[in-house]
Ligand binder design. Structure first.
Ligand code: NDP
Ligand code: BG6
Length: 480
């Protein structure tokens, strides 16, 4: 326990000056400031840090501090405590396209380094439109914002490109000025507890790993379903679609963790290599069979939710948009270990239930001596519950040997810190395991481009589904 009664199991973080580009934006307000406060509350961030919020708006330190306090809301320990936290925040008005602004920023960082004794450690968080990522990286380097005395880390939000070409161009631009080890590409799903737990769960339990193959596993089913529509994000979403927004990053990351071989050592680069190898083994499809492996859907208004409108009537969405708000897929791997094991997934907006789950369905016993038995299943519950559940068979009633399903679950679902709190923790502690390495992005974008090209060539149907349902009926055919 720390002095505020919070559980403290983690180390105290390295001191640094953190500059947030996009300090007036939605992500900073909703996620980044509260995440930093959670670390401060747990005494993981001590007093030796400073945060500079920067954007074009003409705010000042006092106003930013008010915004920060407001963003924390009821999570504060006391007024005094949250004010002390906010006193670490500074604001600089800065258009990232104006080169001279970087000198002023550098002077402010220098001053704060002295004041907070942060040993030259600098973190730059790019929470702005992706079109500005390259400009910021270039100017940080060319205007000498690195301090050789300490580390420099660049945290880059999503989306990292819109296809392979654009992500490569962006990556080349950034890599011209920064080393891969300095770059932290965000995928907040990698901070979810039970996604992180896949590695220890698989590789520290020989009993589990011995079952993790095509001899024992029948199929895998991944659901990343959401109950909300696209909200105010019409401009972004209509350009992007669910395949790029959810599958290219979150779902392919999850699949790579599920299918990868054991990494040679427990290091960020060895894990990344194993993930890349798993992604490279995924089978690709042709124009002839793409519709047997991926379907796309789009929501329309329906009786289950009177407030929802057709996707095509959402603000900033084209009236004849073909953008998918739903995708379902059936993937196969060329890896012998996974021979014939389909990996099914669904993801979509406006579905009945918010869930992120993985179900590993084990093969049934063909030579069973029982008339009926339930197939074994392991569920990894990622969101909103965070736990695992294992279905085995026990005995039905006192005087019979008939099997009945027994479900095991750790008694207490784990309570975890928020995704962005863990993300900030890993940035400050320099652990890149939970960030996306370029090689992973490269393979996953190529895979996604291939699907999009084939959808286009095949003129694949867009399956409409009513809001607050389980999605298009075509999913059932795909999965059967
Ligand atoms: P917002 O539009 O809310 O914020 C954008 C920020 O960029 C503002 O602070 C804006 O401030 C600043 N900005 C824009 N142009 C310039 C410029 N030329 N120079 C300096 N600052 C500029 O976006 P979000 O906060 O929602 O998103 C930020 C990033 O995070 C994006 O990459 C997004 O894709 C990603 N993201 C966001 C999520 C969310 O839930 N919001 C979820 C996942 C990812 P000003 O106008 O004052 O200049
Ligand atoms: C983001 C997507 O990456 O993840 C959003 O851009 C989506 O469209 C969100 O809503 C889902 O995240 P979570 O953590 O709520 O499952």
């Amino acid at each position: 326990m720390n002095t505020h009664g919070e559980d403290t199991i983690l180390e105290i973080l390295q001191s640094a000056v953190l500059t947030i580009f996009g300090g007036t934006g939605d992500l900073a307000y909703r996620k980044l400031y509260p995440a930093l406060y959670s670390l401060y509350k747990k005494d993981q961030l001590k007093e030796d840090f400073a945060v500079i919020g920067t954007a074009r708006r003409e705010w000042d330190d006092a106003y930013l501090r008010e915004v920060v306090i407001d963003s924390i809301g009821d999570a504060k320990i006391s007024d005094e405590h949250v004010e002390k936290f906010a006193s670490h925040f500074y604001y600089q008005s800065h258009n990232v396209n104006d080169v001279e602004n970087y000198d002023t920023l550098n002077e402010l960082i220098d001053k704060l380094e002295n004041k907070y004794q942060t040993c030259g450690n600098r973190i730059f968080y790019l929470s702005v439109s992706p079109s500005l990522f390259g400009t910021i990286a270039r100017n940080l380097k060319l205007q000498h914002l690195e301090n050789e005395r300490g580390f420099t880390r660049l945290v880059i939000e999503k989306p990292f490109g819109n296809d392979y070409e654009s992500s490569k161009k962006l990556n080349d631009e950034i890599m011209e000025h920064f080393e891969e080890e300095q770059i932290y590409r965000v995928d907040h799903y990698l901070e979810k507890d039970w996604i992180q737990a896949i590695i220890p769960f698989r590789f520290s339990n020989p009993v589990i790993e011995s079952l993790w193959n095509h001899n024992m596993i029948d199929f895998i089913n991944i659901k990343v379903n959401e109950t909300l529509g696209i909200g105010e994000r019409g401009v972004y979403f209509d350009e992007t679609g669910a395949l790029r927004d959810m599958f290219q990053n979150h779902i392919l990351q999850l699949i790579s963790l599920l299918l990868m071989k054991r990494p040679s050592v427990l290091s960020s680069s060895a894990i990344s290599e194993a993930k890349v190898e798993a992604l490279q083994q995924l089978q690709t499809y042709t124009v002839e069979n793409i519709d047997n492996h991926f379907i796309r859907g789009q929501y329309k208004a329906g009786s289950n939710n009177k407030d929802a409108v057709d996707y095509r009537q959402e603000p900033n969405v084209s009236a004849n948009s073909m953008t998918e708000t739903y995708v379902a897929g059936k993937l196969l791997s060329n890896d012998n270990n996974w021979s014939g094991v389909p990996v099914y997934f669904t993801t979509g907006k406006y579905l009945t239930k918010k869930v992120t789950h993985v179900d590993i369905h084990f093969k049934e016993d063909k030579d069973s001596i029982f008339d009926e038995q339930t197939a074994n299943k392991l569920s990894i519950l990622i969101d909103p519950e965070q736990t695992i559940e294992l279905v085995l068979n026990g005995k039905k009633a006192e005087y019979t040997l008939d099997p009945a399903p027994l479900s095991f679950q750790p008694t207490e679902p784990s309570k975890s810190a928020g995704d962005y709190e863990k993300l900030m923790y890993h940035v400050f502690s320099g652990n890149r395991t939970h960030f996306v390495h370029w090689n992973e992005l490269e393979v996953s974008w190529k895979f996604v481009d291939h699907i999009l090209e084939n959808w286009e060539k095949a003129d694949s149907p867009l399956h409409f589904y009513e809001v607050n349902t389980t999605g298009p009926e075509a999913t059932n055919e795909l999965f059967n």
